[in-house]
Design a binder for this molecule. Structure first.
Ligand code: AMP
Length: 282
């Protein structure tokens, strides 16, 4: 496995691979690896000749009161895991390598990045789009792998790729969960034992929402059911419980899959989760 710290190094490693006609697969991450990251890397390893993983905690996607400084970082452990997963190249840029002091260009997908998570985290998806656009320009992957866990990120990145004609194919991988249904997340380390025990309610709420929508097709009932289940847990402070269209994040369209999406705060951790469901008869 090779390490690249600069854009120039990475480009010089990739140029001969591309010239030899090998497919480049890319997994962008912020590190603090768990089995969710590993599943993306494995999907990439299965499909592509060259596996590139980036580890970069992107300040642009954190709000001023968010956890940029506290975000879990363990570079050496991550590099070891990447090696175990037969990654070919890890890209580990420093902050200054990615952003000049006077950088000013950003990428925005408009309204799609301003609703739901975008409403709770203003500027978040602009930060995501800007770093993903930059990384796509640096790596020029044939395929790039993202987790369904971050459903709005998937929608936003797909929209950006379509609107700006990036050539990468976006591959979406299923959410990896712990035995009790909790979606794996680097931020789960913020949970106390009591909070961790309650975190399973997000997935149970999504499952109850799925049953509600499956039996009645009633979107409002699904939203109410999910909210109530989360609100019943004294440790959980629900943020939103929504049933929406997975591409536009507007109201669901009959005959199309519905995205059930929830967020909640447990102590200082803010968790999100989602489930893509196909209502009966669609
Ligand atoms: P992050 O390091 O949190 O930015 O995540 C890097 C990638 O891993 C993103 O595409 C995430 O959606 C994906 N990811 C995070 N958690 C999971 C999970 N539990 N299952 C599948 N993919 C995940």
């Amino acid at each position: 496995m090779r390490r690249a710290g600069t854009v120039e190094e990475l480009r010089s490693i990739l140029a001969p691979e591309r010239a030899a006609g090998r497919s480049i697969g890319f997994v962008p991450t912020m590190g603090a690896f768990h089995d969710g990251h590993r599943s993306l890397i494995r999907a990439c390893r299965d499909a592509d000749d060259v596996v590139v993983v980036s580890i970069f905690v992107n300040p642009l996607q954190f709000g001023p009161d968010e956890d940029f400084t506290a975000y879990p970082r363990d570079l050496e452990r991550d590099v070891g895991l990447a090696e175990q997963e037969s990654v070919d190249i890890v890209f580990l840029p420093e902050l200054e390598e990615m952003y000049d002091a006077d950088h000013s260009t950003t990428v925005s997908v408009g309204r799609l990045g301003q609703v739901l998570e975008g409403e709770e985290r203003p500027g978040h998806f602009e930060g995501v789009c800007t770093v993903v656009a930059k990384l796509f320009n640096i790596v020029q992957p044939n395929r790039a792998y993202f987790g369904q866990k971050d459903a709005q990120q998937v929608a936003v990145v797909k929209r950006m790729v379509r609107d700006l004609s990036f050539s990468a194919e976006v591959v979406v991988c299923p959410t990896v969960r712990a035995d009790d249904g909790v979606a794996l997340s680097s931020r789960n380390v913020y949970l106390s034992a009591i909070e961790r025990a309650s975190a399973g309610v997000l997935y149970r709420a999504l499952q109850a929402g799925e049953s509600a929508i499956g039996s009645s097709g009633d979107v409002e009932l699904a939203e109410k059911t999910m909210w109530q289940l989360m609100a019943e847990d004294s440790v959980v402070r629900p943020g939103y419980a929504r049933a929406i269209d997975p591409d536009t994040f507007d109201s669901p369209v009959s005959g199309r899959p519905v995205l059930l999406a929830v967020s909640a705060k447990l102590g200082r951790a803010r968790l999100i989760d989602n489930l893509l469901v196909t209502p009966e008869g669609s």
